[in-house]
Design a binder for this molecule. Structure first.
Ligand code: ADE
Ligand code: ZN
Length: 340
């Protein structure tokens, strides 16, 4: 029996847009609060989930930064990351490039080394435990100053072997990519790859700036690019990947419903679109759930599911050898599924 959910689970996938702090489930939040003797303003896991009704990006960020307050020790960061990787493995994810926000922790007087060591250890263990290859992307909080971002980059330099790239996240509107041009110049000079959130709530102009001023290799979200045909033409011509997060876009009211999402419009325009989960503990689903809900709401044919998985492999920073092997696995899985 052909079952689309079965195909979604079996196809090798890469997740390229995942904030590790956004994978902190309320259950683990309570466990860590207890372990670290922190009082939460919520009485129960249900109370926490009930508070996850967002009207825009900022209304989410406020509660997301509050939730991260339970992360104190290296073990806390390890446990959160390991829990995400288990769920990713269950969804057939084979490669991850995850974000973390060092400033969310250093600004609470958690030393830089604590978060990155816990996350790095879990990423390393995932190779053995799940066969998942993993890379780490350090994100600067764009609502903070460019000087603070530069200091964060300098603090990261002793850990450069653990960090594949740098990114830009948090409150988008009012904090254009141009604010971080010097930081990104320095990051590239130090050998880091670069990505940036742009065109989530911000205008297409922010995507142009991320390309022209920050020289990013991928755009995170980028869904507002379809408002600007010249921008779409450029993204198509340069094969710039867009790490789209459908359930996030619904939860943060970037689109009204999943059926209104421009995912298929972007694919049909020839854009290199990938599907990702962003902050799955807050937005109602990990990568598999994003695929399954898109398949239903947008009536995706199996060929589109395959194309999205292949796009994720193409857009990733994995080695060419692994890329070739996973592309072949996708073809083999699809053929086996069709012949069932
Ligand atoms: N940080 C965590 N999730 C984010 C998102 N969707 N946009 C910007 N910053 C974020
Ligand atoms: Zn994001």
């Amino acid at each position: 029996m052909k079952n689309l959910n079965d195909l979604i689970q079996r196809l090798p996938k890469a997740e390229l847009h995942l904030h590790i702090e956004g994978s902190l489930e309320p259950e683990l939040m309570f466990e860590l609060a207890q372990r670290n003797h922190i009082d939460l303003r919520f009485k129960s896991v249900e109370d926490v989930r009930a508070a996850y009704a967002f009207s825009d990006l900022q209304s989410f960020l406020d509660i997301y930064y509050e939730g991260a307050g339970v992360l104190i020790t290296e073990r806390d960061f390890y446990d959160m990351t390991a829990a995400y990787l288990q769920r990713a493995a269950d969804d057939g994810v084979r490669h991850v490039e995850i974000f973390y926000d060092p400033q969310t922790h250093t600004d609470r007087n958690i030393p830089f080394q604590v978060a990155i060591t816990g996350i790095h250890r879990a990423l390393t263990d995932a190779q053995e435990a799940h066969g998942i290859s993993a890379q780490l992307i350090l994100c600067f909080l764009r609502h903070l100053s460019a000087a603070a971002a530069m200091s964060t980059l300098e603090a990261a330099l002793p850990y450069r072997d653990w960090i594949a790239g740098v990114g830009l996240d948090s409150s988008e509107v009012g904090h254009p990519p141009a604010k971080f041009q010097a930081v990104f110049d320095r990051a590239r000079a130090e050998g880091f790859k670069t990505v940036a959130h742009a065109g989530e709530e911000g205008p297409p102009a922010y995507i142009w700036e991320a390309l022209d001023l920050l020289h990013v290799t991928r755009i995170d979200h980028g869904v507002r690019c379809t408002e600007d045909p010249k921008l779409v033409a450029r993204l198509v011509a340069e094969r710039v990947p867009l790490t789209v997060c459908p359930l996030s876009n619904v939860k943060l009211c970037v689109v009204n419903t999943l059926a209104d999402h421009n995912l298929v419009q972007m694919m049909d325009a020839g854009l290199l679109v990938t599907v990702n989960s962003d902050d799955p503990a807050y937005f109602g689903g990990y990568l598999g759930e994003n695929f399954r809900q898109c398949a239903t709401a947008l009536q995706l044919p199996p060929e589109h599911i395959v194309a999205l998985c292949k796009n994720s492999i193409e857009a990733s920073w994995m080695t060419d050898g692994r890329r070739r092997a996973l592309m072949q696995e996708i073809d083999a899985e699809f053929n086996a599924w069709k012949s069932r």
